[in-house]
Design a protein around this ligand. Structure first.
Ligand code: COA
Ligand code: AMP
Length: 634
């Protein structure tokens, strides 16, 4: 007998237009689309061309108009400030409408870009929705990035206005955002006309006369404005993500396809109904935050939780269970790293017993490979299904999942299960042929991708084609390597490029190498991602100093660590580097990063046949030993 999943999946690929048109009926359209699927300009496939709608309307006003005005829309839970604030759908709609009015009063119009550089406060969510309300394109930048990274995004997005706050709060320290913002604007070629600063009591920021506005003055007396109708294919947001170099990629999300896919996913993938409570413990600076803190739960009419805290230390490893119990959370979505952190501090799960978790139904994990140990630990203690699912910034929603709303399939720990409806996923070899089950290859998605996935990169069609479409003609390159088993389950094993995943955060080792290489004492360098018990992977640097450099190695390493922190940000978690005499290379000069990674992890490696001088590997092994690597037994 075919399962609901199999039937739905087959329908989604057999008749994509029919499938997504039916899903689109769940939204309010100001004007219906002319074509569900528009393939008139390949490879730039578009969904719902001719359709007009407003994402903010569908996320807020629609629910108020249909009687959910008094339901909780947003619960802000901030253990770091000891605050809980609840906004009903009516309250959130009104606040967003006024903020949208304030933006418009400043002259912000449809298509203008607005950068949001804010901590996890309700005003950040309101800012995203306010932009959507007037058709402005938001670009949220994660607070853990340094000014240089923010500057790159300012130059690419060219925002007219930046919405920011005086500070973010990390356990044990207040991170002043304003100096970072000022530093970024100093570095950027493009200068925004205005910055609006939300003053938080933990650090009040001085304002730059003529450019900066206090958030309260900005919003005071602003008129509540209605939603504007935008084309389904108009951009809703740009979200920058790490590529293989130091230049981030501006992933574009449209309005129509995004709203359709995300609303469908709430039921199909997550098994959530309107009125239920959904919590994505991530940050609005990442795609998980965009899709599953803000847009999807609100489009579905759920209550969403905005959590300003950590899984551990705010105040203890019971923080997640406290939030789940206190707000009646039905489903939690986070990265495996959060569970590894909890497991380390509370291996027996003693903190769970202190809270009433009866409403809690399902745990979803994504953002990095989920090791079976973590999945089983969580499942045994929580006694709920633990669902690994796989996706990326570019797709905006799951490429593979165990679709809870379509009847769960048996869980195979280590696998995010099977492709989600709409995604035709294949494992290919170098010659673009599909490989046999069990064989590792490059994971690609046959074009077209379903609604919600990136239509292109911001102002960079050429980059979109070379980064994603050139490698396997007719397919989108996910950048992940893995295999499919005999039952059709996928296993995502590693990246095929220089991207690493640190605590669920996607980072480019290439960008870190650029920073190290710019140090005056460094002749050449390499950065590799090395397995880490909590964060999944951490970057480790290898540097060769220039001839004649006599300064102490420890001093140089300290400077390099500080430089990466100051240039990319603390989120890079770059804490270790080894000064080595030479880097291992092939005879053609390619640095053998994979071999260095294996040595650092203590896994077996075969001596590359093309290595120019095998003795270097012994030196690398010795240097790593002094840094305490390998940390795990082979
Ligand atoms: N603003 C400023 N600094 C920030 C920041 C922000 N918004 N977010 C993180 N940082 C800093 C941290 O303070 C830390 O600085 P440090 O080196 O001085 O300690 C550094 O960036 C690394 O942060 P993080 O990766 O969060 O590590 P951590 O050791 O503070 O916490 C975990 C580790 C596992 C608890 C944490 O990463 C976590 O909760 N991850 C789970 C979920 C998640 O957010 N996933 C993302 C996508 S789903
Ligand atoms: P990001 O764009 O930041 O969401 O990162 C996407 C990348 O994270 C993917 O390309 C994968 O390399 C990795 N990733 C995300 N989810 C999973 C998962 N469930 N299993 C394995 N890797 C994952």
């Amino acid at each position: 007998m075919t399962s609901v999943y199999e039937e739905t999946y087959a329908r989604s690929l057999g008749d994509p237009a029919g499938f997504w048109a039916a899903a689109a009926e769940d939204l309010y359209w100001d004007r219906r689309w002319d074509r569900v699927f528009d393939d008139s300009r390949p490879p730039y496939y578009r969904w719902f061309t001719g359709g007009m709608l407003n994402t903010c309307y569908n996320a807020l006003d629609l629910h108020v108009d249909r009687g959910r005005g008094k339901q909780r829309a947003l619960v802000y839970d901030s253990p770091v400030t000891d605050t809980i604030r609840v906004f009903t759908y009516a309250e959130l709609r009104d606040a967003v409408a006024r903020l949208a009015g304030a933006l418009r009063r400043q002259g912000i119009a449809q298509g203008d870009r607005v950068i949001i550089y804010m901590p996890m406060v309700p005003e950040a969510v309101m800012a995203m929705l306010a932009c959507a309300r007037i058709g402005a394109v938001h670009s949220v930048v994660f607070g853990g990035f340094a000014p240089n990274e923010l500057a790159k995004r300012i130059d690419d997005a060219r925002p007219r206005l930046i919405l920011s706050a005086s500070c973010g709060i990390e356990p044990g320290r207040v991170v002043a955002y304003k100096p970072l913002l000022d530093g970024a604007i100093e570095l950027s070629r493009h200068k925004p006309e205005r910055c609006v600063i939300l003053q938080r009591s933990q650090a009040v920021a001085p304002l730059a006369k003529g450019r900066d506005l206090d958030w309260n003055d900005f919003t005071a007396g602003a008129e509540a404005v209605e939603c504007v109708s935008v084309a389904a294919t108009d951009p809703l947001y740009i979200l920058y993500t790490s590529g293989t170099t130091g230049i981030p990629k501006g992933v574009v999300r449209d309005n129509g396809g995004h709203a359709v896919a995300l609303k469908w996913s709430m039921t199909g993938v997550y098994g959530m109904g309107a009125g239920e409570t959904y919590w994505a413990a991530s940050d609005i600076g990442w795609v998980v935050g965009h899709s599953y803190i803000v847009y999807a739960p609100l489009l579905k009419g759920c209550t969403t939780i905005l959590y300003e805290g950590k899984p551990v230390g705010t105040p203890d490893p019971g923080a997640f269970w406290r939030v789940i119990a206190e707000h009646g959370v039905n489903a939690l979505f986070t990265a495996p790293t959060a569970f590894r952190a909890i497991k380390k501090e509370d291996p027996a799960g003693a903190h769970m017993a202190k809270h009433d978790l009866t409403a809690f139904r399902t745990l979803f994990l994504a953002g990095e490979r989920c090791d079976p140990d973590t999945l089983l630990w969580a499942r045994e203690r929580l006694r709920v299904p633990v669902i690994d699912h796989w996706w990326q910034t570019e797709t905006g929603w799951a490429i593979a999942a165990n679709c809870v709303g379509l009847g769960m399939l048996p869980v195979k720990p280590g696998s995010p299960t099977k492709p989600t409806p709409g995604y035709d996923v294949r494992v290919l070899d170098e010659a673009n042929r599909e490989v046999a089950p069990g064989t590792i290859g490059s994971i690609a998605i046959r074009l077209p991708m379903p609604p919600g996935c990136l239509p292109t990169l911001w102002n960079n069609d050429a980059g979109y084609e070379t980064s994603y479409l050139a490698k396997h003609p007719g397919f989108y390159l996910t950048g992940d390597a893995g295999y499919r088993d005999e039952d059709g389950y996928f296993y995502i094993m590693s990246r095929v490029d220089d991207i690493i995943n640190v605590a669920g955060h996607r980072l480019s080792t290439g960008a870190m190498e650029e920073v190290l290489a710019a140090h005056p004492d460094v002749a050449e360098c390499a950065v590799v991602g090395v397995a880490d018990e909590i964060k999944g992977e951490v970057p480790v640097g290898f540097v060769v100093t220039k001839a004649g450099v006599t300064r102490g190695e420890a001093e140089i390493v300290r400077e390099l660590v500080e430089k990466v922190r100051a240039t990319i940000g603390p989120v890079a978690a770059f804490k270790t580097a080894a000064v080595v005499k030479r880097l291992p290379k092939t005879r053609s000069g390619k640095i053998l990063r994979g071999t260095m990674k294996k040595i650092a992890e203590g896994t077996e490696y075969t001596l590359p046949a093309t290595i120019d001088d095998p003795a270097i590997l012994t030196e690398i092994t010795e240097s790593l030993k002094t840094l305490g690597y390998p940390r795990r037994s082979p």
